[in-house]
Design a protein. Structure first.
Ligand SMILES: *Cc1c(COP(=O)(O)O)cnc(C)c1O
Length: 391
């Protein structure tokens, strides 16, 4: 089956739900068993790892539908749904690490992931070393006997460096470390983590899977070897995603392909337009042939999402405010992956520890939404006029 077809069929079985097209929303804590023998049978099935309904926290047909769909589309053995993207990151790390272990963390990682290493993993005796996102196979020199995880996020948060994931995975696996990836940028459609040596892949489903800026959810998919520890850890942590949010994510998934195609097209159009603007120092978008990560992106990725960076030529904060404060279509806001366009001022150097961000001007992060791209360009054009007037 080709991918657009999978997006329509994955995790869906109308015959099991009176013919209803979408898997219904099951709200549940207690589940009633008809008798003791059935109770024992279902508990035994759960112990074998089967998808059975025992208690609301362990999953319902709604949760299982999303888990199965994500596993199928991302290409993992199984997948888990948790209440946020950050919970997906922390659960995956807790499943792999114990006191005395070491983790190699990419320096361009999403900042809350870094906070978790500093604020929680350190407290429990796990040491974190940050590495250059462009390190490639040379990461082998940094893998220690107690390194259990090499964490990758590609392209990097805010700065969009593309990592050589197959080379990193080869070095990690040579020393029995696992590769955990935050694959949110590309979504399960545009990067196939398990074909490139990743063992556990995380999605902030809040972004493109849900796609409508109205909920928080995370998914974790894994290889067969990495799966048991992950499932046990999630169970011990007591994480359960809300059934309505799971349902909405499944609904979002059905249109992920068409939405992402538009995000990609508009993102590239904006990136090309911005590249030619006199106010712009450079555009950070691996889909542009001028981007340093373009060759790796072309080799490993199947597309680009709508999120990218723009470094302006040096300008005051006041001038940047004049530009972004009065946009008609681009909202100033975190998160991304919804239908609407966003713009934020970022500061990568504030959080880096292993590398320096070499930019000189203000760095903006843009999300190309589903609006008409001509309208988006007009909005940016007026923004530049305000910027120039305030310089
Ligand atoms: C947003 C984001 C997350 C966290 O997702 P939440 O659902 O907001 O917790 C994790 N990783 C990346 C790359 C993100 O952009």
């Amino acid at each position: 089956m080709k991918e657009p077809t999978k997006l329509v069929t994955a995790g869906r079985d109308p015959a099991k739900h009176q013919g209803v097209v979408n898997t219904p929303v099951y709200h549940a804590s207690t589940v009633i068993f008809p008798d003791l023998a059935t109770h024992d049978e279902i508990r035994a099935a759960r112990a074998r790892g089967e998808q059975v309904v025992v208690y609301g926290l362990n999953g319902t047909p709604t949760t299982f539908a999303l888990e199965n769909a994500v596993a199928e589309i991302e290409g993992g053995y199984r997948a888990l749904v948790v209440p946020s993207g950050l919970a997906a990151v922390t659960t995956a790390l807790l499943a792999c690490l114990k006191a005395g272990d070491h983790i190699l963390m990419v320096d361009s990682v999403y900042e809350p992931t870094r906070n978790f290493c500093r604020g929680m993993l350190a407290r429990y005796g796990v040491e974190t070393t940050y590495y250059d996102p462009l390190i490639g196979g040379k990461i082998a020199d940094q893998v220690r006997p107690n390194t259990r995880v090499v964490f990758v996020e590609s392209p990097g948060s805010l700065t969009f460096e593309v990592q050589d994931i197959p080379a990193i995975a080869a070095a990690a696996h040579a020393k029995a470390a696992l590769v955990v990836m935050d694959n949110t940028w590309a979504s399960p459609l545009y990067f196939k983590p398990f074909e490139h040596g990743v063992d556990i892949s995380i999605q902030a489903g809040t972004k493109y899977l849900a796609g409508h800026s109205d909920l928080l959810i995370g998914t974790i998919s894994a290889t067969q070897q990495a799966w048991p520890a992950l499932r046990e850890t999630a169970r011990m942590l007591g994480l359960g995603a809300g059934p309505d949010d799971v349902y909405l994510t499944l609904r979002g998934l059905r249109t992920l392909g068409v939405r992402l195609a538009r995000h990609q097209e508009s993102g590239l159009a904006l990136a090309r337009w911005l590249e030619a603007r006199p106010e712009v120092a450079r555009v950070l978008h691996p889909g542009l042939p001028t981007d340093p990560g373009h060759a790796l992106w072309k080799r490993d990725f199947l597309g680009a999402s709508g999120l990218f960076g723009v470094e302006l030529k040096p300008a005051s904060r006041q001038a940047v405010a004049a530009m972004i404060d009065h946009m008609e279509l681009f909202g100033i806001g975190y998160s991304w992956g919804g239908f609407e366009s966003l713009i934020v001022l970022t500061d990568p150097q504030r959080v880096r520890t292993a590398t320096r961000w070499e930019g000189h001007g203000p760095l903006l992060r843009l999300h190309a939404g589903l609006e008409d791209v001509e309208d988006l360009i007009k909005d940016l054009e007026s923004g530049f006029a305000r910027l120039n007037a305030a310089l």
